[in-house]
Design a protein around this ligand. Structure first.
Ligand code: SAM
Ligand code: SF4
Length: 323
């Protein structure tokens, strides 16, 4: 459906858990976060009901995220059911990749079309330091298992942070050259813990300078419909893309809304405004009543975010919203 600014909203990002097997520095505070109580998290049946309602509103694309979606018990059965819902054209997953070595083929068999895998560094020590645990070799193995399984395209999310991984950008370029991987360099957003680290921000402009590519030829052939701008330098099997939520925001073409693990519909990632659908799901509301609340939330999606204001600070951390 369209919102009041005539944007076509057809993409729902669903966080299925706030729990995670990593603790990335830019996403979670060192002391961790207070997990949501189990009974406040939507059951898979509740999520499937909301997916069906959203399909009636014209949603066709669904991304499952978290926290780490692959740590939730029963995720494969849920994905299998979700993939079979009439109207689901694209079922995607965003994951830190730790569990992909053993799960990539099962995800494909369940009906997942494609995956975005987060990999900010290929250096084992740095990885462990940034993620406060984990093993980069599992993620890298998971990336290649995903390619073998036929998940397509496989995109790699690289959040660029000053003093952490700026020197590794050329290594990611090599990865995109040698393999059919689509590397997306992402500007750090001042959400939750990251709002205290605005100086670590690296703009897309600066990333392009660090990559030292002389000419960028935009390419349209990467499935997405999202905010990334993609380029395929000559001789590359994959591509590189840039997501600039801060320096050149893409609110005017935003096509998505988010559902948090505790059942709040969030029309804008960066606005605190949320619509509580969990209560509606649990108080006997009919599908028609929930559809009406859903549609109103979309209609009132804000025109744009205000993250560039110094005073802006998100109230939830990224792992609670789903990125
Ligand atoms: N755990 C999964 C993962 O890491 O891919 C899915 C959830 S994670 C919150 C989704 C994405 O958000 C990841 O690619 C992560 O790097 C990104 N992210 C987290 N905090 C961020 C921030 N402050 N700015 C930009 N991206 C961020
Ligand atoms: Fe977990 Fe993803 Fe956040 Fe890292 S970015 S702590 S993997 S939710």
């Amino acid at each position: 459906m369209q919102d009041q600014f005539l944007r076509q909203i057809d993409y729902l990002r669903i966080s299925v858990t706030d729990r995670c097997n990593l603790r990335c520095k830019y996403c979670m505070p060192v002391e961790g976060i207070q997990w949501m109580p189990h009974d406040s998290i939507l059951s898979f049946e509740e999520i499937l009901r909301l997916m069906k309602i959203s399909i009636q509103l014209g949603f066709r694309r669904f991304r499952i995220t978290g926290g780490e979606p692959l740590v939730r018990k029963g995720i494969l059965d849920f994905l299998r059911e979700g993939a079979q819902l009439p109207g689901v054209e694209d079922l995607m997953l965003t994951t830190n990749g730790m569990l992909l070595p053993e799960m990539a083929f099962d995800l494909k068999a369940a009906g997942v079309h494609r995956v975005n895998i987060s990999l900010d560094t290929m250096d084992p020590e740095r990885f462990r330091d940034n993620a406060r645990g984990g093993d980069v070799s599992s993620v890298i193995q998971g990336i290649f298992r995903s390619l073998e399984a036929g998940l397509n395209p496989v995109k790699i999310n690289v959040v660029v942070v000053r003093g952490f991984n700026t020197d590794e950008l050329p290594n990611f370029l090599t990865l995109a050259k040698q393999y059919p991987l689509h590397i997306r360099f992402i500007e750090l957003m001042p959400i939750g813990i990251s709002s205290e680290h605005r100086n670590d921000f690296v703009s897309i402009q600066e990333m392009k300078e660090l990559l030292e590519i002389q000419e960028y030829h935009p390419t349209q052939d990467i499935t997405g419909g999202g905010p990334a701008e993609y380029f395929r330098p000559n001789g590359f099997k994959g591509s590189i893309g840039f997501i600039s939520a801060m320096s050149r925001h893409f609110c005017g073409t935003c096509n998505r809304v988010r559902l948090t693990a505790d059942g709040k519909l969030r029309p804008c990632l960066h606005s605190k405004h949320e619509v509580d659908l969990r209560t509606s799901l649990r108080n006997g509301s009919t599908d028609a009543m929930i559809l009406d609340r859903f549609a109103k939330a979309i209609w009132h999606k804000p025109a744009e975010h205000h993250m560039n204001d110094e005073a802006w600070q998100g109230e939830r951390v990224m792992s609670q919203i789903g990125g």
